[in-house]
Every structure is written in structure tokens, then in C-alpha cells.
Ligand binder design. Structure first.
Ligand SMILES: *Cc1c(COP(=O)(O)O)cnc(C)c1O
Length: 380
């Protein structure tokens, strides 16, 4: 699904130098490399504060801690996402409220969000799934109208842009009160181990979060709030710093692959290719609104699993993201959920399949993958 060796070749010299520097200085945690990466990322995103941490799941948890959410507060998020999003809500003893998603973008449905709001609702967590922003304009309006926090799960969409209807653009993860991202190796900006970060334009919140990531300390050995241990190490910061200047080019490579796939599959009666945001009016093919963390097809006619089996036979990797809606997971079941509230997620879990997507796909590989998919569907 991913090939990280090609990227490594491109930054090898630079990385070796940075690693030597770090090993010689023995400054492994919160050293100068981490602050330099933080500043580089603030500049790239056009956001006031980046707070590095240990992974994306921590970043989400720390965002909720930083906003002062309390047990019993309801947090609305998408039924169709990776479990980390709902896991941290439950872990903090907040009440997760899962809602359905849009059938075309796979992102949280603002209408379902508004329907789920109660007097206990405190926050909405949109996930920019597969590399494309949720409908932030609608969500920002809902958050403002009901006085709710907007926490962006940007683990899959770093580098994506959100285009407002007035033509304004803003980087994914910097649109809400706070954004959380992951630098897991297979993410669009991946470290060589775990890593994560929070983004915010709010000075007070940034200050609170900087303490929380470091045991609630604002002054050494004075613990003002309950915190966690969640730090980015210097070696990971060096990797991320070397890759950041290439992120836009990496995203371009992914979009090129997506265009190739789109051209091959768009007219097939059983396949639906990914739909890019409506506000782009279709120009997304050439713009930077979608960074294709995943290239996900919907397969109709009940043929998804047969296709998956054929890809396995042909030695082509694929992913089913996600096979089970969160509301049906044992850990997150809730008597309040009714199947009728999740028609889209339920169907997507049976129809989606993600094809290989990374920066090193060459035309030969793409051709082989497309040919195999189309032939499999004939036989399936
Ligand atoms: C990867 C991911 C996370 C978690 O990030 P980690 O760094 O693995 O903890 C959270 N949310 C989504 C949507 C993700 O894809």
C-alpha cells in the first residue's frame, strides 16, 4: 500500500547529517531540532502555534483536555473513521455521539451533526477522511450557532487546502479551534516512528496544551494541571523537517496517481471514483484540496469482496478502510444508536476498497493495478 524507500533516497544525505548532529549533541527530546520543525510547520500551515507530541491519538486526547472537556460532555464525531477518534473521547469519559457521513466525500454529514446536538454537546470532531476536508464551512457555522468547539482530526489530510465559497483558502487542521495530526510513517507527512502535533491560533489554548504534553508543568516541577507525557523526539523531528519542504510535491505525486486511477475507472458502471469537494466545482483534479491519503473506490453490485480476493491473488495490496462502522464495534456500542441512523456508513463498509497510494507509484504499476481491477470485475 505504501512505499517509503523512494522518499528516503531523496532525503538520505540531509537525514544522515541531521542524525549525526543529534547523536553528537545527545539532545534526544525537545531539542533544537524539535523547535526548528515546529517553526517550519507553523510557517507552512500559516498557523500561530504548532505543539509537537508523541502521536496523533495523543494529539486528539490532548486537544480535548486542553479545551477543558469534562466527563459527561457529549462529543459528536463520524461513524466512519479510524477508531482513535472515538477512543480518546471514551477514554476521557466524555460521551461519544457517532453520526452518519456523506456518501460522496465519506466525511461527517453536517445535517446529521446538527440533529445530534443536545444541551450536553460541547464539541464536534470532523475527520478529514482520506485526505479531503470535511464540509468545514457548514460545520463552522453550526459550531458558532451552538457555541461548540471544533476539533479537526487532520491525521489524514496534512497539506490539504480548504476552499471557502468566497474563494479564501486555508490549510486543513487550522480551521477549527484546534487541529490534531499524526506523523505515523504511512501518513502523508510520515516520520520513521511515531509522532503527532496540535495546531491552534489561540494563544491561551496553545499555552495550556504546551503544559499538558509535559506532565502539566509550566515551570519545572510545578504541576498546575493533570498532564501526560507526550513528546516528539529529535530524530523524528529531523525526518519531518527534511520531508516538509517536499510535502507539496509528495501530495502532487499522490494526485497524479489518483488522476490515473480516475481516468481508468470513472466510466465503469460498478465503480464510483472519489468525489472531490463540491466547493471546488470539479477543478480539484488540478488543485490542492485533496491530498489522497487513500484512493478509495466504491464497488457496487456486491462485488467488493470478489474484487478484493482477485487483487490478493494478483499480489496487489489493498485496504478496506473501514470494514465495521464504529457504532457496531463492541467497545463503542450504545443503546441509543439505531441502524436507521447510519445508512451511509453501513453501506460504505460493504462497498469501499482502497488501492495502493503513495509517492513512488510508477506508470507501469498503475497500469497493472488498473488492468487487474477492470479484468477482475469482468470475471467477478
Ligand atoms: C492515523 C490516525 C489517527 C491516529 O494517529 P496515530 O499517530 O497512529 O496515533 C487518528 N485519526 C485518524 C483518522 C487516523 O487516520
Amino acid at each position: 500500500m505504501v512505499d517509503l524507500t523512494g522518499q528516503y533516497q531523496g532525503i538520505k544525505e540531509e537525514l544522515r547529517e541531521a542524525f549525526d548532529r543529534i547523536l553528537d549533541s545527545a539532545s534526544f527530546i525537545n531539542g533544537p531540532e524539535v523547535s526548528a520543525f515546529q517553526e517550519d510547520l507553523e510557517r507552512y500551515l500559516g498557523v500561530k502555534h504548532v505543539i509537537p507530541c508523541a502521536n496523533g491519538t495523543d494529539a486528539l486526547q490532548i486537544a480535548m483536555m486542553g479545551l477543558g472537556l469534562q466527563p459527561g460532555d457529549e462529543v459528536i464525531t463520524a461513524d466512519f473513521t479510524f477508531a482513535a477518534t472515538v477512543e480518546v473521547i471514551a477514554l476521557l469519559q466524555l460521551t461519544p455521539v457517532l453520526v452518519d457521513v456523506d456518501p460522496e466525500t465519506f466525511n461527517i454529514d453536517p445535517v446529521a451533526v446538527e440533529r445530534a446536538i443536545t444541551p450536553k454537546t460541547k464539541a464536534i470532531v470532523p475527520v478529514h477522511l482520506f485526505g479531503q476536508c470535511a464540509d468545514m464551512e457548514a460545520l463552522l457555522a453550526i459550531a458558532e450557532k451552538h457555541g461548540l468547539y471544533l476539533i479537526e482530526d487532520n491525521a489524514q489530510a496534512i497539506g490539504a487546502n480548504y476552499l471557502f465559497s468566497d474563494g479564501r483558502r486555508q490549510m486543513a487542521g487550522t480551521l477549527g479551534h484546534v487541529g490534531a495530526t499524526s506523523f505515523f510513517p504511512s501518513k502523508n507527512l510520515g516520520a520513521y516512528g511515531d509522532g503527532g502535533a496540535l495546531f491552534t491560533n489561540d494563544d491561551a489554548l496553545a499555552h495550556t496544551i504546551r503544559g499538558i504534553v509535559n506532565h502539566g508543568m509550566y515551570r519545572r516541577y510545578y504541576h498546575d494541571v493533570v498532564g501526560v507525557n507526550s513528546r516528539l523526539d529529535s530524530l523524528q523531528a529531523a525526518v519531518l523537517r527534511a520531508k516538509l519542504p517536499h510535502l507539496d510535491a509528495y501530495c502532487d505525486r499522490r494526485r497524479q496517481a489518483a488522476r490515473y486511477y480516475n481516468a481508468a475507472f470513472k466510466d465503469h458502471p460498478l465503480l464510483s471514483v472519489p468525489v472531490t469537494v463540491r466547493s471546488c466545482q470539479g477543478i480539484c483534479d488540478t488543485c490542492d484540496c485533496h491530498v489522497f491519503h487513500q484512493y478509495t473506490l466504491k464497488v457496487g453490485g456486491g462485488k467488493r469482496d470478489a474484487l478484493a480476493a482477485r487483487l490478493s491473488e494478483a499480489g496487489i495490496p489493498f485496504g478496506i478502510y473501514y470494514p465495521v462502522p464504529l457504532h457496531r464495534q463492541k467497545a463503542y456500542a450504545d443503546a441509543r444508536y439505531r441502524e436507521a441512523d447510519f445508512p451511509v456508513t453501513n453501506r460504505l463498509c460493504e462497498e469501499v476498497i482502497s488501492l495502493p497510494m503513495h509517492t513512488e507509484l510508477d506508470p507501469e504499476q498503475l497500469e497493472f493495478i488498473c488492468k487487474t481491477v477492470l479484468e477482475s470485475l469482468k470475471q467477478a
